[in-house]
Design a protein around this ligand. Structure first.
Ligand code: NIG
Ligand code: FE
Length: 419
């Protein structure tokens, strides 16, 4: 039997459990345990409750005593990133701020295609290294589960290279990476046939290999005027579903349409939604598809946020992702972006924190994390504060002091050597 660890006392512990899966949340619904402790056995939580009672119940447990005020949360789940890429798009950012639009820049040879060119030039080992280094920054900022997409390869060989790089990075990192195949990011400029031909080739040649090599269990597509239409994506998604992939969609970023495909085909999530109107909000609210806001893309592009308040009020499940990518969302700081979204969209602490923990885990169909409780993974983060409201109040500038992943202390602000 793995030895027991008792961690505490937490001035406040937010287990993020027992919350409704969908819809608006009041702060009064947020469970806040005072002077709590957590008993960890191996990678999982064995018990949770009043610290003193746990001390008596588990006298044999190794005591991991927390000196001074500490607030604990489940490890953050970032359900949407593109951190595996080559090169930089600092030039695009400067051009956008000088007045050029994202789509103009893409048409002129910048945008996603520029990153595809640079990613294709990068050897797999270089991608592993850069992905690890960005992922570790996310880990220090409290993210213990991070989704990572391909989508800058856009050929069978190059998509496999990206997905293998993500798999190797995952093996080297203490956190969990959740890979997603985004071969349908755009119709590659060097492809000879039509967009439909490209998608047909990818479903025939790439997806079975992704499955066979266990490189991803999720397939994503960018549904947009500049990428693929709903009619082009439908047969591709049907094929992906037949092969056993879960679906997710880049939906309604500049024009509406993607969220309807997401709902109709039972995608786990519809992400972006900046252009969603009342019809799309309603569709999402009536469905089991998680509505995902990506405030980092709004901040990177200088455009409106997704209608998060309206989505929650209509009854949708709202998750929040960083969309960390070299083009539209170069910041890559989930907590900051979630806090800022909350301030602009008038979201409660409960809604924002659920959006980056338990509801983000739901977007990835993971039921063993995003909340704390018996049997859950011992993924948790600690902040030096006696009041959980400080976490969003500081808008990301209050960083976690300690991060636990699968029961191991993988980051400690006061330790010299960290991951
Ligand atoms: O989520 N919208 C499409 N894809 C990414 C952007 C990728 C890029 O610009 O490189 C996004 O914003
Ligand atoms: Fe994205």
């Amino acid at each position: 039997m793995a030895h027991l660890k008792l961690l505490g006392p937490f001035t406040q512990l937010l287990p993020m459990n027992g919350l409704p899966k969908k819809g608006a949340l009041h702060d009064a619904q947020l469970p806040v345990l005072q002077n709590a402790g957590i008993v960890i056995q191996g990678a999982h939580i064995k018990d949770m409750g009043p610290f003193n009672a746990l001390k008596e119940k588990y006298p044999q447990a190794h005591l991991d005593f927390l000196e001074g005020p500490h607030t604990g949360l489940p490890g953050l789940v970032d359900p949407h990133t593109h951190i595996c890429f080559g090169g930089s798009r600092a030039k695009d950012y400067a051009l956008r701020n000088a007045g050029k639009s994202y789509l103009d820049i893409a048409k002129a040879g910048g945008g996603i295609w520029d990153t595809v060119t640079q990613t294709r030039m990068a050897p797999e080992a270089a991608l592993v290294k850069s992905t690890c280094s960005l992922a570790k920054r996310h880990l220090r900022n409290g993210t213990t589960t991070l989704e990572v997409k391909s989508g800058y390869g856009l050929s069978v060989r190059e998509e496999l290279k990206m997905l293998r790089a993500i798999q190797s990075a995952n093996q080297q990192l203490p956190m969990d990476l959740v890979p997603t195949c985004l071969a349908a990011h755009m119709h590659p400029k060097d492809h000879k046939g039509s967009p439909a031909d490209y998608l047909e080739e990818m479903s025939r040649e790439l997806l079975p290999l992704v499955k066979k090599e266990h490189l991803a269990q999720r397939v994503d597509a960018f549904i947009e005027e500049s990428a693929f239409s709903p009619a082009q994506i439908a047969p591709y998604f049907k094929k992906a579903k037949e092969l056993g992939f879960a679906l997710t969609v880049h939906a309604d970023q500049f024009t509406a349409g993607g969220s309807q495909v997401a709902v109709e085909l039972g995608a786990l999530s519809a992400d972006h939604l900046e252009a969603s109107g009342p019809r799309e909000i309603d569709l999402l609210a009536q469905s089991n598809t998680v509505a995902m806001a990506l405030p980092g893309a709004s901040l990177g592009l200088g455009c409106a946020f997704a209608p998060a308040r309206k989505l929650l009020d209509a009854g949708a499940c709202l998750a929040i992702g960083s969309d960390h990518n070299p083009g539209s969302a170069p910041m890559g700081d989930l907590l900051t972006q979630a806090a800022v979204l909350g301030a602009f969209e008038k979201l409660t602490n409960a809604e924002v924190l659920a959006g980056i923990t338990v509801r983000a885990a739901a977007a990835l169909n993971l039921t063993d994390r995003g909340q704390l409780g018996q049997g859950m993974l011992a993924d948790l983060i600690l902040f030096h504060t006696a009041d959980h409201r400080d976490i969003l109040y500081h808008q990301g500038n209050l960083k976690p002091c300690v991060v636990y992943k699968r029961g191991e202390r993988v980051y400690d602000k006061h330790r010299q050597k960290n991951h």
